[in-house]
Design a protein around this ligand. Structure first.
Ligand SMILES: Nc1ncnc2c1ncn2[C@@H]1O[C@H](COP(=O)(O)OP(=O)(O)OP(=O)(O)O)[C@@H](O)[C@H]1O
Ligand SMILES: [Mg+2]
Length: 399
């Protein structure tokens, strides 16, 4: 296969590229999950290759931060965040680690490029042979994607500083001439998208879905709670990755950017993202705030509840939100949205609570959407109640 993706392995997706018709957002560029993403943010030119190649580990200081524009600059200067070293891999290292990007190593393809499974030594991080050392996921940027370079740099910039149990860990990168790659911890169960929507895959049981919702909210809470707030901007089922125990982590920070500062309610940006997940005010006016992420969170909650995609049919504009909202607004009909693959095996109270959170997240006015600091405790309380009940039942069983 060589060093590019297998076209036939590309999975089809219902989302389609979308260009906003609003003149104010004439720079808008939408991506389907699998199409090339382009950004029109204030991210400037990517960092000169020599700067990244010179050092074996990279900290933010080694990047030309001005080249990132305002999008990540303040974030990187925030005292709260300490730069974490990343391994600088050579292209040859990653060829060895992935058996020359062979078809056997191929995991999947997204807008950025292809993802391969690779192996590295646990301690030295030197490339090794399949089955030896630890598994990693190697994402290889499509060469023709100039915008992708900016996303690559934004991803390295953010993920080199963000460390949290619910954010995927970036281990290293490779920047050799036009070759831009990223090396992540390997998430054994792949994306939430694969588990919720793929035919033939075991449906995720309800308690696991609740856990995943909590994990996602924890990841988002970390980003929104930083001294310099980070807006993720790409929350969707395909960017939620699952480990062996279905512990969920957010991935893909190429579109992330700093939130508004002072008393500003939003930052104005070009519109990028994935159709079906983005907030209406962001699509219409490019107004980006943490509440844009909250809207996307509402969509992902709906996906967890219903097992339906944010945009089922690429030829139609009808989204999951359009379909679900009438049910969510009527207490007696709320459970009609539930995934039939659950076969009724879920707690009604928990499902109703998440459905009602989803409705609040999807409010058309961002001011009326809850903050993540309101959402997370509600979810955690559901889990705490469940743990208490289980404990009580166990005690009763003993009597
Ligand atoms: N760290 C990882 N561990 C395991 N699998 C991964 C990892 N990162 C990505 N993948 C897999 O690779 C596939 C492609 O991921 P990628 O992020 O490139 O695209 P996407 O999320 O589907 O689309 P987009 O580019 O719009 O975000 C995903 O389906 C996911 O299952
Ligand atoms: Mg992704």
């Amino acid at each position: 296969m060589g060093n590019h993706c297998v076209g036939s392995a590309k999975s089809s997706n219902a989302s389609s590229p979308f260009v906003s018709k609003n003149p104010q957002s004439s720079t808008s560029n939408w991506s389907s999950n699998k199409s090339t993403k382009t950004t029109s943010t204030s991210l400037g030119n990517s960092v000169p290759a020599s700067k990244t190649e010179a050092s074996s580990t990279v900290s933010l200081e080694s990047f030309d931060l001005d080249s990132l524009g305002t999008a990540t600059k303040k974030f990187s200067k925030s005292k709260e965040l300490s730069a974490v070293g990343l391994k600088s891999f050579s292209l040859n290292d990653l060829k060895i680690a992935t058996s020359h990007f062979s078809s056997n190593s191929f995991i999947g393809e997204g807008g950025f490029g292809c993802v391969f499974k690779g192996w590295i030594d646990e301690h030295t991080l030197a490339p090794s042979k399949p089955g030896i050392g630890v598994v990693v996921a190697v994402k290889k940027l499509k060469k023709e994607s100039s915008q992708g370079h900016k996303e690559w740099l934004a991803e390295v910039t953010y993920l080199s500083q963000l460390r949290h149990p619910n954010l995927v860990k970036l281990i290293g990168y490779c920047s050799e001439a036009n070759n831009k790659l990223l090396v992540y911890e390997y998430m054994h169960r792949g994306s939430l998208e694969n588990h919720l929507f793929r035919r033939g895959v075991q449906p995720i049981p309800w308690p696991t879905r609740l856990n995943i919702a909590i994990n996602i909210a924890r990841g988002l809470s970390h980003l929104h709670g930083l001294e310099t707030q980070v807006i993720y901007r790409d929350l969707k089922a395909s960017n939620v990755l699952l480990d062996l125990n279905f512990h969920a982590k957010l991935s893909d920070f190429g579109l992330a950017r700093n939130g508004p500062t002072g008393d500003k309610s939003h930052v104005s940006t070009g519109v990028v993202g994935t159709q079906g997940y983005a907030a209406p005010e962001y699509i219409a006016r490019g107004h980006l705030s943490s509440k844009s992420d909250i809207y996307s969170l509402g969509v992902v909650f709906l996906e967890l509840l219903s097992g339906k995609r944010a945009l089922e049919d690429r030829r139609s504009d009808k989204t999951l939100v359009d379909w679900a909202k009438p049910f969510l607004k009527d207490k007696r009909k709320i459970l009609r949205i539930m995934d039939i693959r659950l076969e009724g095996q879920y707690s009604k109270k928990e499902a109703q609570t998440i459905a009602s959170l989803a409705l609040q997240c999807l409010h058309s006015d961002p001011k009326n959407r809850p903050k993540i600091t309101d959402i997370l405790p509600t979810l955690e309380q559901l889990q705490a109640c469940k743990a208490n009940n289980n404990h009580r039942n166990l005690r009763l069983d003993h009597h």
